[in-house]
Design a protein around this ligand. Sequence first.
Ligand code: GLY
Length: 261
Amino acid sequence: MLVGRSHKFKTAITRLPSISVVQGLRDGGGPDPSAENFMQQHGAYVAALKASGARVLELPALEEFPDSVFVEDSALCLKEAAIVLRPGAPSRFGEAALIRPALESQFSKVLDLPGDGFLDGGDVLLSDEDAFIGLSARTNQAGFDALATILATFGYSPVKIETLASILHFKTECGLLDSKTIFSTENLASIGCFENYQVILTPEGEEGAANIVRFNDNVLVSQGYPKSEALLKSHGYNVVVIDTSEPAKIDGGLSCMSLRF
Ligand code: GLY
């Protein structure tokens, strides 16, 4: 086990939001985001990653893929290798091939998810030891099997979670705080999936805060969740608050907007 490999990083890959981001997928038909405001919030997000110690590789926008700003769904980056995934939404199928050149520029080993299963990176939470993979509307059993096999070769123990039907991605409702601590909604934690971890629950009414990014010493938390911010600070975490109101309109959060390694 490599201590800290879950959150000690040097690099992040992001992709600029396209103008077409206004057509991003969403559950429930809410309002379109503003492309201009999205761009501003994305800029603040990239700045926060840099302030956390990241060298950020910023990829150009892809107009033909409205959700391509959410780079986390098309690949998974480990310390030693990158894996090109197979996102489960038809409008996002093409994103995987387009992230590959960036991965090849950073990794000597780039693998493809074998088989024909689907898997979104938003359904994968890596601790130092475990690879939690949630089955969802985007990630199926074949995708789980394929990724679990690869991750086991890198020393991870794969853990399959039956994600609640109400959740888009597994990480919509949880995030890693440190090697042994998970921030989770009660809904998700009650499944019992984090029994070997310390779990800090999102305060009631702030379940939307669960999707966080731990990058080196900082924990990026979405704006608008004051109880979560105070709770995490009381546990000693260095909290950085980021406005994600535009990505949230298309079911996006903090973790979806970067690959971290
Ligand atoms: N809009 C984010 C996604 O559905 O993939």
